[in-house]
Write a protein that binds this ligand. Structure first.
Ligand SMILES: Cc1ncc(COP(=O)(O)O)c(C=O)c1O
Length: 431
């Protein structure tokens, strides 16, 4: 260290060894226990792999819940972070900065005419869309947003009100009014649920937390027509299923590919986060042209929204996806992995019920009441995820019966093969 730097900074405290017990103790003493964490203490990663403090290597097929789209320690992300941080990290939205404007342009290019607002997380991106919908219906006294049963829209007060799962609402009553839930993929139910107060319908293109369930093409096209007929905004939460996870930028582009009428489909609002920043926190919503100026100066804001640093990383990710054709990778390797999950269902029918999802948003659905898992009070999904940890693979449970695979978009074929082989090993032991 050069002499002058030593003079400026005082001696740092001694390095605390990130050993398992030490870290666990730090958490139990100091961190709010609001997460049911798995029993792993991770220290670093490289590409599709992460390592725990004991040096054990795991193939990360969860990507930090669909976030680390370029894997871990991506040199591209590091370069973008370093280069931008030398110029400007943050100035607030009191001023204009180039990366935010350019990122909005890149997103719009991939969706359609409209504008973007930047936030820090998925829940916050959805909050923006809820406010947009309320503003849209305000003068007519309309405010109600219909969302789907089994949906997940985040953990803010509006997010839990919007989420179609009771477990996230319990203990936080009174729940914010203005949300009702409708069965997913049921167009008739949507039509019947519309009241004079309804202003919008929000759905996920592929339900994630609810168990990896894609919307059908008929549902998407039907909702679009219904929203046009009833003057409602059609909002899509693309926080998890967006950003090339399905092989296309947005999931509806994949679901409606080749479907007559699909090429004209556009929702009115789309929220995104997760892979948008590849691990650096950033969220956004896109709003379609006619509604793009509904939120005027002073109506919505976030101090950290769209910082030059976050936007530089997000721009780099889009550049890398295009450069390395990672959309094609998600499409092709995802199809192969799904066919392998189906093979496991055929070969081990007493354990695997089938596969779910599209592209790199996949689910392995377990058969109910697997005898080998009966003794534990943990859900089957959690037990299998734990067994996969022991085998050296990270995955994410969805609901009680589904194991989610959300690999990095740059997963290599041999890594996909390794993951499937380890999943098979775990499945076979449950027969
Ligand atoms: C579909 C969906 N919407 C919203 C969220 C909330 O995003 P965040 O955790 O970034 O607030 C999530 C997170 O898992 C999600 O999957």
């Amino acid at each position: 260290m050069p002499q002058n730097v030593k003079e400026i900074f005082s001696t740092p405290p001694p390095i605390v060894h990130n050993q398992y017990e030490t870290v666990r103790e730090l958490f139990s003493k100091n961190v709010v226990p609001s997460y049911g964490r798995f029993d792993l203490v991770l220290s670093h990663g490289m590409g599709s792999y992460v390592f725990d403090v004991g040096g054990k290597r795991y193939l990360d097929l969860g990507s930090g819940i669909a976030v680390c789209c370029l894997g871990h320690a991506s040199p591209d992300i590091t370069e973008a972070l370093v280069e931008q941080s030398k110029k400007l990290i943050h100035v607030s939205n009191l001023y204009f900065t180039e990366p935010q404007g350019r990122l909005a342009g890149e997103i719009i290019k991939r969706i359609g005419p409209g504008k973007c607002f930047f936030s820090n997380s998925g829940a916050e991106a959805n909050e923006g869309l809820f406010k947009l919908a309320r503003k849209f219906g305000h003068d007519e006294g309309r405010f109600e947003i219909l969302t789907a049963v089994n949906s997940f829209h985040g953990r803010t007060m509006a997010g839990i009100a919007a989420t179609g799962q009771d477990k996230v609402k319990k203990g936080f009553e009174p729940i914010m009014p203005g949300f009702r839930h409708i069965p997913y993929n049921d167009l008739e139910a949507a039509r019947n649920a519309i009241s004079p107060a309804t202003v919008a319908i929000m759905i996920e293109g592929v339900q994630g937390e609810g168990g990896v369930t894609p919307a059908t093409a008929e549902y998407l096209l039907g909702l679009r027509a219904l929203c046009d007929e009833k003057k409602l905004l059609l909002l899509m939460d693309s926080v998890q299923c967006g950003y090339y996870r399905t092989g296309k930028f947005m999931s509806y582009q994949r679901i409606l590919e080749g479907v007559p009428g699909g090429e004209k489909f556009l929702p009115d609002g789309l929220s995104m986060a997760k892979s948008l920043g590849g691990g650096f926190p950033i969220g956004a919503f896109w709003v379609r042209g006619p509604y793009a100026d509904l939120l005027g100066p002073g109506m919505h804001a976030s101090t950290f929204g769209g910082t030059p640093l976050a936007c530089a990383v997000a721009l780099k990710i889009l550049e890398v996806v295009d450069r390395d054709k990672l959309d094609q990778n998600a499409l092709k390797l995802g199809a192969w992995m799904q066919s392998e999950l189906d093979r496991l269902a055929d070969k081990y029918p007493t354990v695997v019920k089938g596969s779910r999802g599209i592209g790199f948003m996949l689910g392995l659905e377990l058969v109910e009441k697997i005898p080998a898992l009966a003794a534990s009070d943990k859900t089957q999904a959690v037990q299998v995820v734990n067994r996969l940890h022991a085998a050296g693979v990270l995955t994410v449970p969805a609901g009680t019966q589904v194991i989610r695979l959300l690999p990095p978009l740059n997963l290599k074929p041999q890594e996909a093969g390794e993951g499937i082989a380890k999943i098979e090993e775990v499945v076979k032991a449950l027969v």
